[in-house]
Design a protein around this ligand. Structure first.
Ligand SMILES: O=P(O)(O)OC[C@H]1O[C@](O)(COP(=O)(O)O)[C@@H](O)[C@@H]1O
Ligand SMILES: [Mn+2]
Length: 644
């Protein structure tokens, strides 16, 4: 029962019976609309250009709508050209205009474009309420667009009507702005809600631009990836997470993100690196087609890369020692090295080390940081925690993100649910209590939120847990026995590089297993699915992203350029509209410029995951549930106020 106080308060907003009734009618009507389109992406890894392309074309959805409407009146080339205009209006419009050298033809062209844009807006918004459409319209043109949208049919001579308006718009210098605004409205209408299933950061050059785009996006949630948590952990005060993000940034030649984008001063680290390190082939930055480095620059990065890697290895050790529950003693590698012989013994086998850079290591106490190293890390952490831009981005990740999400009956999670070989949820004991399955994930998330809320605490369990989430065996984001970073740098034998995956990654092929996991999260195993990112699907080797009879969908197809040779494609995305689910395999995306000039879109291959027997309505969604609760409350208000 709702309290009288609550209803009185609500009564202030709905202060007449008609207002209550109107709202109930409105909500009931919305429940009968088809469900909005959900768009899933994952493992973006800083590839902003490819990401924004997929976002702008709604994984091919914009093109589908254009084709539906105009296939009879436009040739393929023209369809492509129009689609490109919708994706990149600011850049495409001048290109189109440059084809005309007299104003009469140009005006004709404007009229055609506007007419088509209006048709497309109307079509793409057909499953929304007018109020929702209004919110998606460019503010300054709402009035004029609504005029055109809702009145156009009444005019017999539509052409004249458009001509008049367009002439006015052109002479007042507003036509371009209107077209650009409409293009963004269309982009927004084709996707109702976006899910980012983890790993926005690392490897690629522009994760910050992805986050900026997401901040402005109309409706989005994030399931953190291990790389995102690494950044969150660094901001929350974990020096080992910080060392990792710097190491990866050096490795992928992305230190600009740290310095120029987030304004973190790397000078102290560079000074240290210059003092102790030389060139070293194992630490040269990966080639990046966008930036060419001078020899001098490459050498500097190589030195920084070594300095920060050694700091990272040293920082891992005290955490492993103070957290027996992490069960990571195997990873105390600096202690296993024979510094005279330059060898290491792992699982009983001795390997010689190459490309070593142990100048700052004291063999008696290998994990001890030099005073200089300590100071460098203190300064870096201070700088990180004072970066306003980073703070804004990390707060956004915390606000919109979670470790997993239950949404419209599906379970969204970046990595895995840690399992044993028999398919039981793995137990992990933390501070004297045992957790497994959903409870384990919930407790991980609580720790991460605590660490984020207490950035001044740097060595507590919560902050250490952020690092565990990056690299721990039972981390739902990592899900491998160990991360063999040390071995990859220093040992030739490939057998030591292997990272053994949690049994989850093969057991998830089994439908029964997926059903069990869905049930663990109180989702309906008959209708729900698990949606994963994290492990690149090797399409090239015939791996199928749709597993376990459709109960499991893995959408990491490798936006990351560095991983495309492995996957053979340029990323998967998933669309879930009222008719069902479709997975989209994207072919290589070269550049926006190429799309603009050639009008060719990245070819996307769609595969049906499932077709709904009946069109799914808003009523059956999470939002529908909320609306139904609101209706119940409004009905209570109605009875309380107006039916006595
Ligand atoms: O190829 P890189 O950049 O050296 O990274 C390798 C590391 O990345 C990881 O795959 C984690 O990153 P992902 O989440 O993208 O898989 C580790 O398991 C592995 O040690
Ligand atoms: Mn990942």
């Amino acid at each position: 029962m709702l309290s009288a106080k609550y209803l009185d308060l609500l009564g202030q907003k709905y202060d007449s019976e008609e207002k209550v009734a109107t709202e109930i009618i409105n909500l009931e009507a919305i429940l009968e609309l088809p469900k909005g389109t959900e768009h899933f992406v994952s493992d973006l890894h800083g590839e902003f250009q490819a990401f924004q392309h997929v976002l702008r074309n709604g994984s091919g959805n914009v093109k589908v709508k254009i084709r539906d409407l105009f296939k009879d009146e436009m040739q393929e080339e023209e369809l492509n050209e129009f689609a490109t205009l919708v994706y990149y209006p600011e850049e495409k419009l001048p290109l189109i205009k440059s084809n005309f050298n007299n104003t009469v033809e140009l005006h004709e062209c404007y009229i055609d474009i506007l007419e088509r844009m209006m048709k497309l807006v109307s079509y793409a918004s057909s499953k929304y309420t007018r109020s929702k459409l209004r919110k998606a319209l460019p503010k300054q043109f709402v009035y004029i667009i609504e005029e055109l949208l809702y009145k156009s049919d009444e005019y017999k001579n539509k052409k004249d009507y458009y001509t008049k308006i367009v002439q006015q718009l052109i002479s007042l210098g507003q036509a371009d702005k209107l077209i650009i605004g409409l293009a963004y409205t269309i982009q927004r209408l084709v996707v109702d809600h976006l899910h980012v299933v983890g790993d926005i950061y690392d490897r690629g050059p522009h994760p910050h631009k992805i986050v900026d785009t997401l901040i402005d996006y109309h409706s989005v949630d994030i399931q953190w990836g291990n790389h995102d948590v690494l950044w969150i952990g660094a901001f929350a005060g974990s020096k080992v997470c910080l060392a990792n993000i710097l190491r990866i940034s050096a490795r992928y030649n992305n230190l600009d993100i740290i310095e120029d984008v987030y304004g973190i001063n790397l000078r102290p680290l560079l000074n240290l690196a210059e003092k102790y390190y030389e060139d070293n082939p194992a630490f040269r930055p990966k080639r990046n087609s966008e930036i060419t480095l001078t020899e001098q620059e490459q050498l500097q990065i190589t030195k920084i890369h070594q300095a920060i890697s050694i700091i990272q290895f040293k920082l891992e050790s005290p955490i492993i020692k103070r957290r027996p529950c992490f069960d990571m003693e195997d990873r105390l590698l600096l202690e296993k090295v024979d510094y005279d012989k330059n060898e290491v013994t792992l699982h009983g086998k001795t390997y010689s080390l190459e490309n070593t850079c142990f100048a700052t290591i004291n063999p008696e106490q290998p994990d001890e940081l030099l005073e200089e190293e300590k100071q460098v890390m203190d300064k870096l952490l201070l700088s990180v925690q004072h970066s306003e831009k980073l703070a804004r981005h990390m707060k956004f990740l915390m606000k919109k993100g979670s470790l997993y999400l239950k949404y419209n009956g599906n379970l969204l999670i970046h990595g895995c649910i840690p399992l044993d070989e028999e398919g039981n949820m793995e137990q992990m004991e933390i501070e004297g209590k045992s957790y497994a399955g959903r409870d384990l994930l919930d407790v991980f998330e609580q720790y991460l939120r605590y660490a984020f809320a207490h950035p001044e605490e740097t060595d507590d369990m919560a902050t250490d847990m952020a690092w565990y989430l990056w690299t721990g065996e039972y981390s739902s984001l990592f899900g491998k026995r160990e991360m063999t970073t040390f071995e990859r740098y220093f040992i030739k034998e490939k057998e030591t590089h292997k990272e053994r995956k949690n049994p989850y990654y093969h057991l998830r092929e089994d439908e029964e297993m997926c059903r069990k996991i869905l049930a663990e999260f109180e989702l309906d195993p008959d209708n729900g699915r698990i949606i994963n990112g994290h492990t690149p699907v090797k399409e090239r080797e015939g791996e199928n992203p749709i597993k376990a009879n459709g109960k499991m969908i893995v959408i990491d197809g490798g936006f990351s350029k560095a991983y495309q040779p492995t996957t053979g494609i340029a990323g998967y995305t998933l669309l879930y509209n009222s008719y069902g689910m479709q997975i989209v395999a994207h072919q290589h995306f070269n550049s926006k410029e190429e799309v603009l000039i050639n009008g060719t879109d990245v070819l996307s291959v769609k595969r049906l995951v499932d077709e709904e027997l009946e069109r799914k309505l808003v009523r059956e969604t999470n939002i529908g549930e909320v609306l139904q609760q609101e209706i119940t409350i409004l009905n209570s208000l109605r009875e309380y106020r107006y039916m006595k």
